[in-house]
Design a protein around this ligand. Structure first.
Ligand code: HEM
Length: 447
């Protein structure tokens, strides 16, 4: 069977590599050995090789320059190639499902909600208000920081979208959203009790919740200063979206920022715990900001811009933990890439993980060293792909930094913490603590 499968994919012009077993390909090796499997294949076949993973013939590209080229050239037929379960559940107007002019329009609508001016005037005050109360009364408790950061990422975004505080609606929305996330990461098997079926049902429930909010708002004639308010704005909004598009945009916003922001926050807590010098420097930055204010004054935009070391901690955490291993594209036509012929419909795994550990780009790459990012030019290098690149460069980058920075502000100025210990951390295929990451928290002022 192995041989037959290799012959089947031995078309002239394809990149080197192996295809594994019919149907399953090399998925087991990929999931079990993760990055090591890809590194071994690279050692054998170079930085551009073929494989068959997660149900699809796939080209793995690990070359930084080629990766950038692929991300810049969507118009040549290199469109997002996310799995079916993800696209089904996130909706057909979801940003990853649309291309060309529709993508431009949806992206424009999204960017209009998170511009620097809006972050400054509307979003940051909401984020501050949320973090201030979310991070209260943690002292003298054992906290599962993974759970808390997940709640935080979801509820803080919901507040920005619909001005919603913790309530029965936001809690049922959160329960449904967690099911939706699991569904997008599952195999698309539509049978009762599968995560896929549950995720799909959760989507329907979320559509109902948001539709109801839209109806109520239309009936009330009030104007709302939040993202939904802008999207529904009749005359002053440049982007006119249907209800279906508004709902899919809401799901896009929550989904894209959820795991990225929560996991980066959790891993920052982990790395800061393990590196007291970095924690001391970070605390110094935040204490100085706090001392210049009254206890109830919020963090403002100038404070945020002054948090140079915090920004460095966020980048170093994203780099070292590799929260995003890479992004997926697929070919819409047969095409030539890097001197090879790639058939239509093949997936391309733009694998960026190894760049993060390249000793020439990041000396001592396995050491947590936020100071390296104080050299601002590192952030604008061509190989910096932590937030993607090209036409789909993460539009939420600065918003994510605002959220994580505000979280860290209240966390390090209010508390000290130690790990309870023994919690397992997985780095691949997703960064997560399967049984939670537990910390014992005490008040900073009690010592
Ligand atoms: C540390 C936090 C974050 C990281 C590391 C991150 C990373 C990324 C990456 C790598 C991509 C490129 C995906 C691709 O090319 O297929 C991306 C796209 C995207 N991100 Fe983020 N992201 C973060 C936070 C956020 C937040 C808070 C939002 C909310 C607004 C967001 C919204 C999006 C959207 C909508 C896209 C798709 C853009 C498009 O297709 O045009 N991200 N992000």
């Amino acid at each position: 069977l192995l041989r037959w499968n290799e012959v089947r994919y031995s078309k002239k012009g394809l990149p080197p590599g192996t295809m594994g077993w019919p149907l399953f390909g090399e998925t087991t090796e990929f999931l079990k050995q993760g990055p090591n499997f890809l590194k071994t294949q690279r050692a054998r076949y170079g930085s551009f090789f073929k494989s068959h993973i997660l149900g699809c013939p796939t080209i793995v590209s690990m070359d930084p320059e080629l990766n950038r080229y692929i991300l810049m050239n969507e118009s040549k037929g290199l469109v997002p190639g996310y799995p079916k379960s993800m696209l089904d559940i996130l909706g057909k107007c979801n940003i990853a499902a649309v291309h060309g002019s529709t993508h431009k329009y949806m992206r424009g609508a999204l960017l209009s909600l998170i511009s620097p001016t809006l972050i400054k005037d509307q979003l940051l005050p909401k984020i501050d208000d949320f973090m201030r109360s979310h991070l209260s009364n943690w002292e003298n408790k054992v906290i599962n920081i993974q759970h808390k950061t997940k709640e935080m990422a979801f509820l803080s975004t919901l507040k920005q979208i619909a001005g919603m505080e913790s309530s029965s609606i936001s809690n049922s929305f959160m329960t449904e959203f967690f099911k939706l996330v699991l569904g997008t990461l599952s195999l698309p098997i539509d049978l009762p009790a599968t995560n896929y079926r549950r995720g799909f049902q959760a989507r329907k429930n979320i559509v109902n919740i948001v539709s109801k909010i839209l109806e109520e708002r239309r009936a009330s004639n009030e104007s709302y200063k939040d993202m939904l308010g802008s999207l529904m704005g009749k005359n002053d909004c440049k982007y006119k979206l249907s209800d279906e598009e508004i709902i899919d945009l809401v799901i896009t916003l929550i989904y894209s920022g959820y795991e990225t922001v929560s996991t980066t926050s959790m891993m920052a807590v982990k790395y800061l715990h393990d590196h007291p010098k970095a924690l001391e420097e970070l605390r110094k930055e935040h204490s100085a900001i706090r001392e210049s204010k009254n206890p109830n004054d919020p963090i403002d935009y100038n404070d945020l811009k002054s948090m140079k070391f915090t920004r460095a901690v966020i980048f170093e955490t994203s780099r070292l933990a590799t929260i995003v291993n890479g992004v997926l594209r697929k070919t819409t036509q047969d095409m030539e890439l890097n001197g090879y012929l790639i058939p239509k419909g093949w997936r391309i795994y733009v694998y960026t993980r190894e760049i993060n550990y390249d000793p020439f780009l990041y000396p001592n790459p396995l050491i947590f060293n936020p100071w390296r990012w104080l050299d601002k030019s590192l952030e604008s290098q061509n190989y910096f792909l932590i937030f993607g690149g090209g036409t789909r460069l993460c539009p939420g980058k600065e918003l994510a930094i605002a959220e994580i920075s505000t979280f860290l502000h209240y966390f390090v100025t209010r508390y000290r913490w130690e790990e309870v210990g023994g919690d397992k951390l997985m780095k691949f295929p997703r960064v997560q603590a399967p049984n939670g990451l537990h910390i014992r928290v005490s008040s900073l002022n009690n010592n």
